[in-house]
Design a binder for this molecule. Structure first.
Ligand code: GUN
Ligand code: ZN
Length: 432
């Protein structure tokens, strides 16, 4: 059944940093969703073509309709461990995280958790994610299967880790790669599934494992690659001791062919100029995880420096749940804005929301499929209420421009502002 959604519509044709023309906003907009779950038409409500005038109308009034959020770095087996205390990243991993992830060896546990994980994403308006699974193939299998059941686009992979972790979550290089290859054969490119080759980070992978991960990526160049890079000071010191011949942390991954336009590097905080030049030259993506960096005290991501002309690094935005303290990409935008201020930069709410939508889609190589309100894209979208709750409502009274309204939503908003979430044209979450 074709549906016609009416709302304030906001979408991006490009990064707003390129100019105001990149922002597509209609005070009274319309999105037509076809039977195939894709957007058939979008524009001003006043100009909807007559062929859709009889479509079923869903009027969202003065609420905002945006492409669904794309979370480019989140950990599925950490879905219930937000705010687990740890002195820093390595302490947090050892005290809580590995123990929690060990439970995902159990298929039943993983299958139940996968549904909860997707429920949380959708309740926060996130319709697509690049998620780390645990080191157990059954967990990646459970997440792919649960996402397929909902028609959701998901990128995930079995986490590779063959040292410096408890036996319950440790694999070995050959087994880890064989399991990854089997998951690629079964899931990659099936419906909306994307396989992400996932060496956790250089601390927990031997040279052999990283080399095999690089070979697997070369054999499957349409897969994504995701890992962590230069997040905390103690982690960087550990990597330096483990890989004395590498010029830098980035160089560890570079040597094994893990950099490239389909490679996502979570955190990427403490990088020198040579590392930034390599990330830029290879088209690699630095994934900014602001709530996690604040919570674990890892450091401040310097957006302005990363994007500096001459050697701009591609950047995306992510929650990093459960190191991150919020599932909400709105809250993530808010903290990114605050961190940009602390690092001498200026991130507008409009641009932060670009990063949370089309920017994320581009990072995952999905531009044209998701991230825009454009004909042909999947009808994955979120409806936000800029007046959800008294605090936002009072503040919204003062908004004069679109940026004013988006700014309040980013700085104050979270799942309470999400009225509903649609995946491939079907409503999957509703607050009312
Ligand atoms: N580095 C290696 N593993 C992890 C993880 O699970 N979370 C975060 N934030 N950093 C990591
Ligand atoms: Zn992470």
């Amino acid at each position: 059944m074709t549906e016609l959604h009416l709302a304030r519509t906001l979408s991006f044709d490009d990064d707003p940093a390129t100019g105001a023309a990149a922002v597509v906003y209609h005070e009274r907009g319309a999105v037509v969703v076809g039977d195939d779950g894709r957007i058939a038409w979008a524009g001003s409500a006043a100009t909807v073509p007559v062929r859709w005038s009889a479509a079923l109308r869903v009027d969202h009034g003065e609420r905002l309709l945006l492409p669904g959020f794309v979370d480019t770095h989140v950990h599925f087996p950490q879905w219930r461990m937000l705010a687990a205390p740890g002195r820093d990243l390595l302490d947090w991993l050892e005290r809580f995280t590995f123990r929690e992830e060990a439970r995902y060896a159990d298929r039943m546990h993983a299958e139940i958790a996968a549904e909860s994980f997707l429920d949380r994403l959708l309740a926060n308006g996130t319709t697509c994610a690049a998620a780390y699974s645990s080191s157990h193939a059954v967990a990646a299998e459970a997440l792919f299967s649960a996402a397929a059941g909902r028609g959701m686009a998901i990128a995930t992979g079995k986490t590779l880790m063959d040292r410096a972790c408890p036996e319950e979550v440790r694999d070995d290089p050959e087994k880890g790669i064989a399991e990854s290859a089997a998951l690629i054969a079964r899931w990659h490119g099936r419906d909306r599934a994307i396989y992400a080759i996932t060496p956790r980070f250089a601390v927990t992978s031997t040279e052999t494992q990283l080399r095999l991960a690089g070979e697997l990526l070369r054999a499957h160049p349409t897969c994504l690659m995701q890992t962590h890079l230069s997040e905390s000071v103690r982690e960087i010191e550990t990597v330096r001791a483990l890989f004395p011949r590498a010029a830098s942390y980035t160089d560890v991954y570079d040597r094994f062919g893990l950099l490239g336009p389909r490679s996502l590097f979570g955190h990427s905080i403490h990088l020198d100029e040579a590392e930034l030049r390599r990330l830029s030259a290879t088209g690699s993506v630095a994934v900014h995880c602001p709530t996690s960096n604040l919570f674990l005290g890892s450091g401040l991501f310097d957006l302005k420096r990363l994007e500096a002309s001459g050697r701009p690094v591609r950047v995306s935005l992510a929650t990093d749940v459960g190191g991150g303290t919020s599932w909400s990409m709105l809250a993530t935008c808010g903290r990114a804005i605050e961190i940009a201020r602390l690092t001498g930069g200026d991130l507008t709410a409009t641009r932060a929301l670009y990063l949370a939508t089309l920017g994320g889609a581009r990072a995952l190589g999905l531009d044209g499929e998701i991230g825009r309100l454009t004909p042909g894209c999947f009808a994955d979208f979120v409806v936000l209420d800029p007046r959800a709750g008294e605090v936002l409502a009072d503040r919204d009274d003062l908004s004069e421009t679109l940026e004013d309204r988006l700014f309040a939503l980013a700085v104050l908003g979270d799942d309470r502002a999400v009225t509903g979430t649609w995946v491939a044209g079907r409503r999957h979450h509703s607050r009312i």
